[in-house]
Ligand binder design. Sequence first.
Ligand code: SAH
Ligand code: DHB
Ligand code: MG
Length: 222
Amino acid sequence: MADESWTEVDAYIVGKLLPADAALDAALERNRAEGLPAIDVSAAQGKFLHLLARLAGAKNILEIGTLGGYSTIWLARALPDGGKIVTLEYSPAHAAVARQNLGAAGQGDKVDLRVGPALETLPILATEGAIFDFVFVDADKRSNPDYLQWALRLARVGAVIVIDNVVRRGAILDAASADPDIVGTRRMFDAASQEKRWSATAIQTVGSKGWDGFAFGLVEKA
Ligand code: SAH
Ligand code: DHB
Ligand code: MG
């Protein structure tokens, strides 16, 4: 019942504030046709991430968890000329769909898509000396504590780090949860609570993706 109204309100917001977008629609359609799970950010959330990246003046963006590149398109479009987004994806099948979607959306040249477990590709980025202004974490939630540490290592002071799916319909409250994704996100919150380098909050969200939330914070000087 609640979820139906949330979805209707999301449709209202999208109808008012998000113009029809053939490239984004085509990406979701290709994802569906290729059998990818429909766990992309919502349109309203995608535009929110896009606006955050613009507010941050981000020239170098890191995304952990590409899926079919729906959020990647939103973030790539936030980049100024010469800006780049590195996006990390475990699944070669998802990455292949993402490459097609990003190319069709005219964003391929801005996107450096690296295939493999992010805990293997993140150290490579570090050895390359990569530094990011904006990080969006949206992969396997069990690794969220590690992803927060990597994001802090690879982000400049003043960068923004956003982590998706930190509420999970309230499941995050379950201290006894055996779900590794809940355990991982709770450990991320524990680390964040002690973390001087990240001034963070979390915002619960409802909408077409149900009840969930984003953690969001600014990277501070150590
Ligand atoms: N950001 C996307 C959705 C990502 S869904 C969007 O909003 O459009 C999560 C993605 O993380 C999936 O494609 C999954 O294959 C990927 N993933 C899971 N484990 C991973 C890992 N260890 N390293 C990198 N990506 C991973
Ligand atoms: C789900 C949603 C997400 O945004 C995600 O990154 C992973 C899973 C889900 O609804 O299952
Ligand atoms: Mg997500």
